[in-house]
Write a protein that binds this ligand. Sequence first.
Ligand code: DAH
Length: 329
Amino acid sequence: MVDPDTLLADALAQVDAAPNLAALEDVRIATVGRNAPLPLALRDVGTLPPEERGEAGKRLNITRQQIEARLTQRQAQLESSALADTLANDRIDVTLPGRAMPHGGLHVLTQTRREIEQIFLDMGYAIAEGPEVETEFNNFTALNIPDDHPAKADSDTLWVSDGVLLRTHTSPVQVRVMGAQDPPVAVICPGRVYRRDTQDATHSPIFHQVEGLVIDEGITLAHLKGTLEHVTKRLFGEDRKIRLRSGFFPFTEPSIEVDVSWGDGWMEILGAGMVDPNVLEHVGYDSTKVTGFAFGMGIERIAMLRHGIPDIRMLYDNDVRFLAQLSNS
Ligand code: DAH
């Protein structure tokens, strides 16, 4: 017959040493489980001589109650420390900074347009806009572009109906502005333009231009040059130079093409010139009294040069990985 005191001491030591609830369950099975020494001894009580049975059974039962009581107590202890652990680990620090939400920014073309606008607003220019669906008269005729000019061909222009087209440049806004006000004029006209072009790395059937127009008494090519020098430095850097080459546009005389210094060479950035007297007369200005200059630049081209964008299509694909690199946010 096993000694109940030895059983008790051994069992209580195991219970107290159980480090967690799973280990305690193992101790329960090993001490009061079906095949543990104590229940086995209780079953053997019947084999004892009758006069010993009562006392032995009583001692074993008391021992079992003592072990079970300690098991219950230890279980409560372990449960409450498990709960304390969970509470400590799952605690939320409400003072931690929140996780930033991804947010959008302005498209690089919008940024570029706004920067160009700001440069001219700072010089006192106004911003004028015109419709994208234009008359043939405003887009061509009033700008001194003859009927046989290649730009008027179906291969270059998207015609809407007879005499109506999608403007091929922002120059018709010049005509609208001069038709609506007397000199002096100092405006820029940003906007979308359309050409019947096949898309490739440098062409898009829809793109953006900024037109500029200044008309007053005594305006000369020197004003144009000074203006363009200032604008170029603000757009590309103080160290930049410009170079004027002679060019041809029907609405300016003389016409120039303007390059900006680029490393060891030059990059063409815009077309410009002194407004042709025929254009002034078309809108009813007295070309013996006022003169002016005009210029036109492509916003895509400026953005591509400034950011080293190799393909105009990247500006329209809306790949967020590309846009995010050039985002202002
Ligand atoms: N309209 C021209 C174009 O689309 C750009 C241009 C050149 C505008 C010279 C002007 C200018 O006002 O003077 O290519």
